[in-house]
Design a protein around this ligand. Structure first.
Ligand code: ASP
Length: 287
């Protein structure tokens, strides 16, 4: 039986976003992706396919600190992280510190579908992506998005959560990591349960200071609050960001529950995000 409550939320990163900058390109781009994702969900596409394709488009745009827009680490190298999770089965795939490929989220999906593993890292992840025939790129392909303010932990990530007509949930997250990160540093984005989670209750994608999100088990914590503490999605999402805050981190998350509830809170100056609401409205906002 078709589920009428299709849901889709995406983010393009939370951080200290400058208010005097023009975000028209990002706002229009995010809205277009939600419209396209809505149409695909309405035509019967799975939450997993829509979440992954939406993140792949965010990566390819160069508008966010993920994929093409990723920034280099302190060694001048582009190490990218991504993960995705299928809520129906809790199958998951991820890559960490992947160098030389256009779409980390496609590599993460291949890990999920074509290996017995969840997470491949570094040169092993790159060898696997190569063997899978994924698109290779040189360092010169990247067009790093610069921090829009001088705040110490300027960040940026992309993510998408979706609920499809079968009632299945999925989440996908991809990042270039935090600006000025050390060579070899891996954040929350490829860590299932930290930067990405989907199960039968909820799908979650996080953005912000990854170290705090890892220590809070942020994405999975949203689900456990719903399932074990009986909290509403709004209450759970806010409580998780408060927990992240207690560890010295800030950021945001997007979440959709199996009943179509949506949350997109953030504790930073802004979070690039777009939402397909239950009444069919689409909003695309930064602040
Ligand atoms: N969470 C990401 C990381 O720590 C960065 C971000 O979301 O901006 O790698």
């Amino acid at each position: 039986m078709a589920n009428k409550c299709l849901s889709l939320v995406l983010h393009g990163g939370a951080g200290g976003l400058a208010r005097d900058r023009d975000y028209a390109a990002e706002i229009a781009h995010m809205r277009g992706l939600v419209e396209a994702g809505r149409d695909r969900l309405a035509a019967g596409a799975s939450a997993l396919d829509v979440a992954m394709e939406t993140v792949a488009a965010l990566e390819a745009s160069g508008l966010y600190v993920a994929g093409r827009g990723a920034s280099p680490n302190t060694a001048g190298r582009f190490e990218l992280d991504a993960s995705l999770m299928d809520g129906r089965t809790r199958r998951a795939g991820a890559v960490a510190a992947l160098e030389g490929f256009a779409s980390p989220i496609r590599a993460a999906r291949a890990v999920m579908e074509r290996t017995p593993h969840v997470l491949l890292a570094g040169s092993g992840a790159a060898a696997f992506a190569d063997a899978e025939g994924l698109e290779r790129v040189e360092a010169s392909w990247f067009t790093p998005v610069r921090p829009s303010t001088a705040t110490a932990h300027s960040t940026g990530t992309v993510g998408c959560v979706a609920l499809d007509e079968t009632g299945a949930l999925a989440a996908a997250t991809s990042t270039g990591g935090t600006h000025g990160k050390l060579f070899g540093r891996v954040g929350d984005s490829p860590i299932v349960g930290a930067g990405c989670w989907a199960d039968g209750r909820v799908a979650v994608s996080c953005t912000g200071l990854g170290e705090a999100f890892i220590r809070a088990a942020a994405a999975a914590q949203v689900s456990f609050r719903l399932g074990l503490a009986g909290q509403s999605l709004d209450v759970a999402a806010d409580a998780v960001l408060a927990d992240v805050g207690s560890l010295g981190g800030s950021g945001g998350l997007i979440a959709v529950s199996a009943t179509g509830e949506i949350a997109a809170p953030f504790t930073t100056g802004g979070m690039k995000r777009a939402v397909l609401h239950r009444d069919g409205r689409i909003t695309s906002e930064i602040f």
